[in-house]
Ligand binder design. Structure first.
Ligand code: ATP
Ligand code: MG
Ligand code: MG
Length: 327
């Protein structure tokens, strides 16, 4: 009789964020491959599971089950904290978009401030046993990788992308987000890293670590904080105002642009990004992609009221996409 986690054999580490780790695992009894996310159990950790468990949709990562248990498979990051080797993976300058370094996790929505987690992980790196409890989330394994991988393969010209493919993917993203919003939730961290592709080739929206309700139980707007990924975050999410589900539309405008427009270097990206966030597009974009440009511009509106709802986007896009795909 051990922990439930012992039912799994770890195959590889898929992602190692500051707050947890995602593993590709094999279930020892059913023999199937799954993704297993491990996060330190905090007061808010379970909200990811509570949201995922309510969501059942072809464009949302499929949730299997969850449990609380002790740590298992200490991550590379935790090991690096000890060795701190120069030239380790964290020094490699990749064509990184929203790296964990710009993650803003200043969420004090309902925090009454016991922040001893960092201290404990330092203790652990000194060889002290990890006595913390973790939350484990078993999900479908998305074997098609992330939208970040998809964009990189295109930018490095490993793969040609057709307009029809871009339309199909973006339509599936909007369909997933429309469903999340219909369930009265806000994702709050939409970005290519958190958009995956399943074994069926379809988009699967993942990482509900920052999911929030649209309103409180009385239907009133909630006080928010500037949690999220800075480069993708809507202006109101950055400025800690009250915000609603329209905050998810802003990053989708950025994502659609990135799917269409090739950005070859990190410095090009750095130059272009602030303009893009202010609805200014690179030369030539509007001429070639005038309809996309109109949609994206609206999605990037500074005021959330001027951004379209996912539901309306979905309807208008299907008209545009069906026209565009005719031979
Ligand atoms: P972040 O700090 O970016 O928010 P996170 O620690 O909250 O990350 P996730 O985004 O859920 O965790 O997962 C981290 C990474 O692991 C993803 O970007 C993706 O590469 C991979 N991953 C997550 N879930 C799956 C899955 N179901 N199938 C395959 N890969 C996955
Ligand atoms: Mg993530
Ligand atoms: Mg996350």
């Amino acid at each position: 009789p051990g922990s439930h986690s012992e039912l799994f054999e770890m195959i590889t580490e898929l992602g190692d964020g500051g707050y947890g780790c995602v593993y590709k695992v094999k279930h020892k009894i059913d023999g199937k491959i799954y993704a297993l996310k491990k996060v330190i159990l905090t007061r808010k950790a379970d909200s990811e599971v509570k949201a995922l468990a309510q969501l059942e949709h072809p464009n949302i990562v499929r949730y299997i089950t969850s449990w609380h248990g002790p740590n298992i498979w200490t991550s590379n990051q935790q090991r690096n904290q000890v060795s701190n080797t120069p030239g380790s993976s964290s020094d490699v300058v990749t064509f990184d978009r929203a790296g964990s370094g710009e993650r803003d996790d200043d969420d004090d929505d309902d925090d009454d401030g016991d922040d001893d987690d960092d201290e404990k992980s330092e203790m652990e790196s000194l060889g002290v046993t990890d006595s913390r409890t973790y939350l484990f989330i078993q999900m479908e394994f998305c074997e098609g990788g992330t939208l970040t991988d998809w964009i990189q393969a295109r930018n490095q010209m490993e793969k040609q992308r057709t307009t029809a493919e871009i339309h199909k993917i973006f339509d599936e993203i909007i369909t997933g987000v429309e469903y999340i919003h219909a369930k009265k939730l806000i994702h709050r961290d939409l970005k290519p890293d958190n958009i995956l592709f399943g074994a069926d080739g379809k988009v699967k929206i993942g990482d509900f670590g920052l999911v929030a309700a649209q309103t409180d139980q009385k239907g009133e707007p909630l006080e928010r904080s500037n949690i999220g990924t800075r480069s993708y975050m809507s202006p109101e999410q950055k400025n800690k105002k009250n915000y609603d589900e329209k905050t998810d539309i802003f990053p989708l405008g950025l994502v659609w642009f990135e799917m269409i427009w090739e950005i070859y270097t990190a410095s090009e990206r750095e130059k272009l990004w602030p303009d893009l966030r202010n609805q200014r597009f690179p030369e030539g974009f509007r001429d070639v992609y005038s309809t996309e440009c109109t949609f994206i511009k609206k999605m990037l509106s500074y005021s959330p009221e001027h951004r379209p709802h996912a539901k309306d986007m979905k309807e208008n896009l299907s008209k545009f996409f069906s026209l565009g795909q005719k031979p």
